[in-house]
Design a protein around this ligand. Structure first.
Ligand code: FAD
Length: 133
């Protein structure tokens, strides 16, 4: 049974590019082994991430991620059953804040990245559009 879990969280400190790279290196390795795909973005100290895969695998990974001391205030934005993955091309895509990032953010009604104000539909649409850049 395939699911998509989307959550937001707040970094416990400012993340450098190297910090993000460290997360992506382990994420890409682990996710490939568990057939999990998704997309991560980071700005204004907020993370927004979606994870897609088999329900047990995604649930287990999410519990590990939620425990990670690099972030806190973890909030599940959406949890849904899906027929097929949207982020299949990415074991974990990442989009840094950029002109394009802000253009896509405008499409979901924001000028400043604040995932706490996004609905599940908006969050997934934003991440999906980012993954196609
Ligand atoms: P270890 O790497 O040995 O980790 C042991 C413990 O230390 C864990 O609690 C881990 O969270 C913590 N830890 C590891 N590195 C650091 C560090 N540099 N600073 C502080 N604490 C650290 N992992 C994935 O596999 N897939 C993902 O998609 C994914 N997405 C993530 C998104 C975010 C926003 C964050 C913050 C982390 C993400 N991670 C992801 C990393 C994940 O939380 C675990 O670090 C990773 O799964 C490896 O954990 P481990 O227990 O197997 O091994």
């Amino acid at each position: 049974m395939l699911i998509r879990l989307t959550y937001l969280s707040r970094a416990t400190r400012d993340m450098s590019l190297q910090d993000i790279q460290d997360i992506l290196t382990i994420a890409r390795d682990n996710n490939q082994n568990s057939n999990i795909c998704g997309m991560l973005c980071y700005d204004q100290r907020y993370f927004l991430q979606t994870l897609e895969g088999e329900r047990e695998d995604v649930n287990e990974l999410f519990l590990d991620i939620a425990d990670d001391p690099r972030h806190d205030a973890v909030v599940i934005v959406g949890y849904e059953y899906i027929d097929a993955t949207t982020f299949g091309a990415w074991d974990m895509g990442f989009a840094p804040a950029s002109e394009q990032f802000y253009a896509l953010l405008n499409d979901v009604g924001q000028n400043t990245f604040d995932p706490r104000e996004l609905s599940q539909e908006q969050a997934v649409r934003f991440l999906s559009n980012l993954s196609k850049q």
